[in-house]
Design a protein around this ligand. Structure first.
Ligand code: XMP
Length: 326
């Protein structure tokens, strides 16, 4: 029967067999799935693994620090961070279509990875070991939702952790492929990954890029990042993290509405709170958050975040709505 210790031992064995003495690269997104799959592979093959974290400028507040400090400290993983915000935002300029955004982000991920792959090959030349293995934190629901399990249509192009498409020139190591989120979290705890990462709510690979309805710009990202941080802080403070699956905060960047603040009229943007309860993200219900928590979040966001003068609540289940707005 299921036990995280057994799964770890079994996967460590399997990964060693698959990899031999080859070098391996891993895409860390800051999310649970890539954190756990990377730690698992690290346990199996140690410094044969290099983890790569691409900072695409679409991250939430504190995410990069969490990976570079807390995650590295607890796992001992060798980490390379790629600073790619300028590149990603440059390519996203003027783009508003959701699938187009995903495509660009996915493509830029490959480019960032191929660059790292070339550089690491150079570094390893003495051993002559080209890197052909890539770790991905694909979970069972990802497999199913992408049509891999049931032949269902691919509703949104589902790039796994970090937005990597499947046509990379790598052999994939996917140690979580048969597991659900709660099982992955149990394994992560067993591996000693900090609770702040293991307990994290899911966050899409394309990041805040698909939570800005309209063009993605640096200024809009800053606004959304602040609003998102406030919502997360208040939900955590209210002890609600266990109750919600995730709570996207969405910036309606092309919508403005009239408001009043102090003596002045404002003409700012709304943000949408999208708290959902779910088992596996395939279906979801909107979470009935307490009114006092909603009120606190709304007051803080409208008071503290420049250009946001309205907070609205999404009360749609999935289906018919998806969890994300794009
Ligand atoms: P939807 O919006 O399809 O989301 O109901 C289901 C779950 O998947 C996440 N999601 C993504 N994750 N790349 C990802 O890695 C993506 O492009 C992507 N789109 C949605 C979403 O946050 C939710 O947990």
């Amino acid at each position: 029967d299921w036990n995280s210790g057994n799964v770890i031992a079994e996967q460590v064995e399997r990964i060693r067999e698959q990899v031999g003495d080859a070098r391996v690269i891993s895409a860390l997104s800051g999310g649970v799935d890539s954190a756990v799959s990377t730690a698992l592979v690290h346990k199996a093959i140690g410094d044969q693994l290099t983890a790569v974290f691409v900072d695409h400028g679409l991250l939430r507040q504190g995410e990069r620090e969490q990976v570079e400090k807390d995650y590295v400290a607890s796992t001992g993983v060798r980490l390379i961070t790629v600073d790619a915000a300028d590149t990603f935002l440059g390519h996203l300029a003027g783009v508003t279509d959701p699938e187009e955004k995903r495509k660009i982000i996915g493509r830029e991920f490959i480019r960032a990875f191929e660059k790292v792959q070339r550089e690491l090959v150079d570094e390893a030349k003495a051993e002559g070991a080209p890197i052909k293995f890539l770790v991905q934190g694909t979970l069972y629901p990802d497999v199913v939702e992408s049509g891999g399990g049931t032949g269902t249509a691919n509703i949104k192009s589902h790039h796994n952790v970090g937005g990597l498409p499947d046509d990379l020139d790598f052999a994939l190591i996917e140690p979580l492929r048969t597991l659900f989120k709660d099982e992955v979290r149990a394994i992560g705890r067993e591996l000693g990954i900090p609770e702040a990462i293991v307990g994290r709510q899911p966050f899409p690979g394309p990041g805040l890029g698909i939570r800005i309805i309209g063009e993605v710009t640096r200024e809009r990202l800053d606004i959304l990042r602040e609003a998102d941080a406030i919502a997360r802080e208040e939900l955590t403070a209210a002890g609600l993290d266990g109750e919600i699956w995730q709570c996207p905060v969405v910036l309606l960047a092309d919508v403005r509405s009239v408001g009043v603040q102090g003596d002045g009229r404002t003409y700012g943007h709304p943000v949408v709170l999208r708290p959902v309860s779910s088992e596996d993200a395939m279906t979801a219900d909107w979470t009935r958050l307490p009114y006092d928590v909603l009120s606190k979040i709304s007051n803080r966001i409208t008071n503290e975040v420049r250009d946001i003068n309205r907070v609205v609540l999404d009360v749609t289940s999935k289906p018919p709505g998806t969890i994300e707005w794009e």
